[in-house]
Design a protein around this ligand. Structure first.
Ligand code: GDP
Ligand code: GDP
Length: 436
């Protein structure tokens, strides 16, 4: 599980500018291949080879005065719940404000490492002005210009160096880890409880095993698996989580820690942007995905047509990766929840599947032979052999003479062929063409 760096601070201090700077370098390398739409508030970065997740907690900011305080509180809570390290950003142009003081008070009470950064320090003049922030009673701050990137290196050196290094011992090593994610009120707790009730087998709650997460071991229906639930997810919104950003972000740690993400959707509401955000998080982290349309008991027309319509509606919105199981369940009446568990286990197996190199070549080379990449400027792409990488989720490398001529459409064709021949339902696949 990667470390999570959260950026907090008042509006306009430069959080999203810094966020974008962190992501920039890596986006160019990784995300261009995956076709995943860029999330404005969540992404992966790395520094000196150490990968980490970044969240801009100022997401969906509402700037009117009366909600302002509440927003700041949520932001800080989110950072404290979900992050490994917190960057608290101040703005030298505006100097120290009362709100800054209040945020700092809240952060100080958490036991997370806090990095106080003074932004918009574009020259020596501001460097001097920044000294006013010592009024916070702090020993050290970092000065930054997010706009130019100056100062970010020193900050990142320290953040990465101080990431918790203690090797976390997973008490459930090797068992499938599953997260039930979804909007508030879709039925996540009802499903969790229903799973408990079906058969009272061994259920073990181990609190605090992964920083503040609870893992519940289920051993039933002939399957053993672990439901992952983090402090952030458990926190029943004191303030109603009206802004979708917060409820989505509350699940990031659970998602990152899991192998399979069950996305619950409310049948009476349909697939909404918040579901899309959760889907994007799971996909970007290359997790197995199962979609459960819950509260199916409330739907009057349960014909094949209506399930097909619902499925199509979801598939139209989720983009290219549509090879995903969609089940219609009722957590309340326990209808089909056993099936849901079985399907989640299948997706887990699919994600862990390793295709032997000999088998892969035996199947794929004739496919390429039959349907080669279209020639470009009279040049032919010849794919010579392929391997699956030993990664936790399926990734394949295809060696060829002219990888630069292999276009997106052909990558998609290749992915579809892999899915067709080897069965990777519910699992994002990564494909690379490399020079040989
Ligand atoms: P957020 O609301 O905290 O996410 O702030 P933004 O990242 O949207 O930045 C607010 C404004 O400050 C934008 O106009 C940025 O261009 C500007 N800004 C951000 N970082 C810097 C900086 O290092 N120097 C200067 N001069 N302006 C900056
Ligand atoms: P959570 O916020 O996602 O954990 O949602 P809850 O499990 O607390 O459920 C929210 C509400 O939806 C509760 O009133 C549940 O009884 C109800 N609910 C959950 N699952 C179902 C279902 O399958 N059918 C119906 N009719 N109601 C459900």
């Amino acid at each position: 599980m990667s470390n999570i760096v959260a950026i907090v601070g008042r509006p306009n201090v430069g959080k999203s500018t810094l966020f974008n700077r962190f992501l920039e370098r890596r986006e160019a390398i990784v995300d261009s291949t995956s076709g995943v739409t860029r999330d404005r508030h969540y992404g992966k970065s790395d520094w000196n080879g150490v990968e980490f997740t970044v969240i801009d907690t100022g997401g969906y900011e509402v700037n009117t005065e009366d909600v302002f305080q509440e927003e700041i509180i949520k932001q800080v809570e989110l950072a404290v719940d979900e992050a490994t390290s917190i960057i608290f950003m101040l703005n030298v142009e505006e100097g120290l404000t009362d709100t800054d003081q209040e945020i700092y008070e809240m952060l100080r009470r958490s036991n997370k490492p806090i990095y106080i950064t003074v932004n918009k320090v574009d020259s020596a003049t501001e460097e001097l002005a920044a000294t006013e922030f010592y009024q916070l009673g702090i020993e050290k701050y970092y000065t930054l210009s997010s706009a130019t990137g100056s100062g970010t290196g020193e900050l990142l050196d320290d953040i990465v160096k101080e990431f918790p290094t203690t090797e976390y011992k997973d008490p459930f090593e090797g068992l499938p880890k599953i997260t039930i994610a979804g909007r508030p009120n879709v039925g996540k707790s009802t499903l969790t409880n229903a799973l408990l009730d079906v058969e009272r087998n061994i259920v073990t709650d181990i609190a605090g095993t992964t920083r503040d997460s609870i893992q519940t071991l289920y051993n039933k229906f002939g399957h053993e698996f672990v439901l992952v639930d983090t402090a952030g997810m458990r926190r029943k919104a004191k303030v109603k989580e009206d802004l979708e950003f917060y409820s989505v972000m509350r699940s990031i740690r659970s998602i990152e820690y899991s192998d399979v993400v069950i996305i619950m959707v409310d049948a009476t509401l349909g697939w909404e942007s918040q579901d899309m955000n959760i889907f994007g998080l799971a996909q970007k982290n290359r997790k197995g995905i199962v979609i459960l349309v819950n509260k199916w008991d409330l739907v009057e027309d349960k014909s094949t047509n209506s399930t097909r319509d619902f499925e199509n509606q979801i598939k139209e919105r989720i983009g290219q990766f549509t090879d995903i199981p969609i089940l219609f369940i009722s957590a309340l009446t326990k209808q089909r929840i056993l099936k849901a568990v079985e399907v989640a286990m299948e997706v887990y197996e699919n994600r862990a599947k390793k295709i032997k190199t000999s088998k892969l070549n035996e199947v794929m080379l004739p496919v390429f032979e039959q349907t080669p990449p279209p020639a470009i400027k009279g040049k032919y792409v010849k794919i010579k052999y392929c391997v699956q990488l030993p990664t936790p989720s399926p990734q394949f490398v295809f060696f060829c003479n002219l990888p630069q001529y292999v276009k997106e459409a052909y990558k998609r064709f290749t992915e579809n062929q892999l899915r067709k021949h080897f069965g990777f339902t519910g699992v994002p696949i990564e494909i690379y063409f490399r020079q040989k």
